[in-house]
Design a protein around this ligand. Structure first.
Ligand SMILES: [Fe+2]
Ligand SMILES: [Fe+2]
Length: 185
């Protein structure tokens, strides 16, 4: 009979194991990013830059939400959700500028990792994963731009004195969803 068997329907919904492995690695990377931003937040607390510390703490919280998006997607696709060791983040820096330069490097690494999974999804013809990743691709453009802008501002105001104090006051204003204008789209 020319009907679709339950087995082949099931195969359609189950995610490719290579893609599931890559998404599980990305889940770890988002949690590493959260850990890393939290370490940056703790560093700023020791520097009495509480606005910077607040900004980094909000950033860490956003990374957790990214991790949970991947977690939920893996669940929706009936994939195994796997946990692995989260690397110890760097915990001391010489200046606020160095912190943001590290942050940009980390975001660029995350962007590259997401592009690689998107490439894999295309080559495996997994359109659902490819579409899912579009949100992350847009989010990375936004995150890299925000960090670059902060690096430029810190260079402009210098690493100490009034300028840094005013920037600290500014960064203290960041709300929970912060600069994330793509949220909910
Ligand atoms: Fe992220
Ligand atoms: Fe990020």
């Amino acid at each position: 009979m020319d009907i679709v068997s339950p087995l082949s329907q099931q195969e359609d919904t189950i995610i490719n194991t290579k893609i599931a492995a890559a998404l599980n690695e990305q889940l770890n990377m988002e949690y590493y990013s959260a850990y890393s931003y939290l370490a940056m937040s703790a560093y700023f607390l020791t520097q009495n830059l509480n606005g910077f510390a607040h900004w980094m703490r909000v950033q860490a919280q956003e990374e957790l939400t990214h991790g949970m998006k991947i977690y939920d997607f893996l669940d929706d696709r009936e994939a195994d959700i796997r946990f692995s060791t989260i690397e110890t983040p760097k915990q001391s820096w010489d200046s606020p500028l160095e912190v943001f330069e590290d942050s940009l490097a980390q975001e660029q690494k995350v962007s590259q990792s997401i592009y690689n999974i998107a490439d894999l999804a295309l080559s495996e013809r997994d359109h659902a994963t490819h579409t899912f990743l579009q949100w992350f691709i847009a989010e990375q453009v936004e995150e890299e731009a925000v960090v670059r802008e902060l690096i430029d501002t810190i260079k402009l105001v210098g690493i100490e004195g009034n300028g840094l104090f005013l920037l600290d006051r500014d960064l203290a204003q960041r709300g929970l969803n912060g600069t994330d204008t793509t949220e909910g789209q």
